[in-house]
Design a protein around this ligand. Structure first.
Ligand code: ZN
Length: 472
């Protein structure tokens, strides 16, 4: 294969963002398409990113007392029908099992679109007294929502996620946990993924089916469209009433429990790509990059191999990869770029004569001669600077694509110029938001703050400042 051939297959980001995205996903070797439309195969490199996300988040969850569980894939139809809003929200996307062998099932079974009803009914059995509370569960699993239009990671019919489910003896504790989890997600996005986020509550129109309150982290992609990157829901006693989950409180009285759920999914991989990747391929934040430092040898000599061994020993706190394949030097470099490896170290005979190696940072695509004795310090410093630079670039883009408007015509003028999120005064009314959606094909992202004004759409008195915009 010719050198640098691969990167020519990537459509420039500013020419066609959607095509660029698909090109990056495919050329970086993250996925293949499944046989059923809307499904994807996670190839090793793509799955490794998800594993790193899992590792970091799971450790954060456990610090908050989260216990991992696993619930079945199938939900009996009668069970899902118990919470009316919930089933209405998911009905159009539900996949149903109706037959086993050639026998029609007496009761149809749904493939889980989410697991509230399964976990709630289990809670009903577990929770007898206030002493049994809280229960703080999470499962890492797959779910299925039959989507009409799909794109790898962003919207697939089957996707991987974690869903946390908790039950508490009082509303304050449940609400605190809802917000604490939102903060875990926000911190994770900003520190591990270098993606700036906006935290906020969803409007009535956009809240999760069956929730009392939904909180979200929203991030703004390179093209200015928003991406809902994680959500945390406070259910109050909506589900426990529907499922009759009562416990005896410390006054010996029966009371309904208070529940929450929260989740992030493989969508985050889409967010990483659309925030950081460029015309040469992926650019991965170091915390989740399957390879953090890649070593490429220009020749296979004993001197070079000795230096490689030393580097492996001295940088063993990093996920290090030495490309020992027969691929050409140029091909190896272009592959490391496409795969978004943060730091690349090239070692050749000429460099070694000067006691140096050549080090490149993926975001800068620079080449710096570094003395052998300075490699460790240099890599330690540059990897931190690299992550900080990714965050700074993303933040600059987010700020440049955040606008303000007070009327519908101002809002539409901004949208006509390009994508972005727009802060507007909004009445919060479900019908008014449905009207905005119908007029502009956009919806609210989240509430920024309480502030009196006139709704940008219906001109009635409003108390909220809300971000609206196009979203994935
Ligand atoms: Zn309004």
């Amino acid at each position: 294969m010719a050198d640098n051939k691969k990167m020519n297959l990537i459509t420039p980001r500013d020419v066609d963002f959607a095509k660029w995205y698909t090109d990056v996903v495919k050329n970086a070797g993250l996925i293949d398409y499944g046989h059923v439309k809307g499904t994807i195969i996670f190839k090793p490199y793509g799955y490794a990113i998800w594993e790193n996300i899992q590792k970091i988040l799971d450790a954060e969850f456990k610090k908050l007392g989260v216990e991992n569980v696993y619930f079945p894939l199938l939900i009996p139809k009668s069970l899902l029908l118990k919470e009316a809003d919930h089933v209405e929200g998911f009905a159009p996307e539900l996949a149903t099992v109706t037959k086993v062998g050639d026998k029609t099932l007496e009761e149809e079974l749904y493939i889980r679109p989410t697991s509230e009803v399964l976990i709630m009914t289990h809670f009903a059995k577990e929770v007898k007294s206030y002493r049994d509370l809280p229960l703080i569960y999470n499962q890492w699993t797959n779910v299925m929502r039959w989507e009409k239009t799909t794109r790898p990671f962003l919207r697939t019919s089957e996707f991987l996620w974690q869903e946390g489910h908790t039950i508490h003896s009082n509303p304050e504790e449940a609400k605190n946990l809802t917000l604490k989890m939102l903060e875990v997600y926000a911190q994770f996005a900003e520190t591990a993924l270098a993606i700036p986020v906006i935290r906020g509550q969803k409007t009535e129109h956009e809240k999760f089916a069956g929730a009392a309150e939904t909180y979200t982290i929203e991030s703004i992609m390179y093209d200015g469209q928003a991406l809902q990157s994680g959500t945390s829901h406070y259910f109050g006693d909506n589900f426990t009433k529907a499922f009759d989950i009562k416990f005896q409180n410390n006054n010996q009285k029966e009371e309904y429990g208070y529940t929450t759920s929260w989740g992030v999914s493989t969508r985050l991989i889409g967010a990483i790509i659309m925030t950081h990747a460029d015309d040469f391929g992926l650019v991965l934040p170091s915390a989740v990059s399957p390879v953090q430092v890649q070593i490429i040898k220009i020749k296979d000599t004993p001197e070079i191999n000795t230096v490689v061994k030393d580097i492996q020993t001295n940088l063993n706190q990093y996920r290090l990869f030495v490309d020992e394949t027969d691929k050409s030097f140029g091909y190896k470099i272009s592959e490391a770029e496409i795969k978004g490896v943060p730091i690349r170290i090239e070692i050749g005979p000429r460099d070694l004569e000067n006691g140096c190696v050549t080090i490149s940072r993926r975001d800068l695509r620079n080449k710096v001669q570094v003395k052998l004795a300075d490699i460790v310090d240099y890599v330690n410093t540059e990897i931190v600077a690299y992550d900080a630079a990714l965050f700074a670039t993303a933040l600059k883009n987010s700020e440049a694509k955040t606008f303000q408007a007070t009327t519908m015509s101002e809002y539409q003028t901004i949208l006509a110029k390009g994508n972005g999120i727009v802060l507007v005064p909004f009445c919060g009314d479900v019908k008014c938001e449905a009207d905005v959606k119908q007029k502009t094909a956009t919806n609210s992202r989240c509430i920024k703050e309480q502030k009196k004004g006139k709704c940008f759409n219906c001109n009635k008195d409003s108390e909220l400042m809300v971000y609206f915009g196009r979203a994935y």
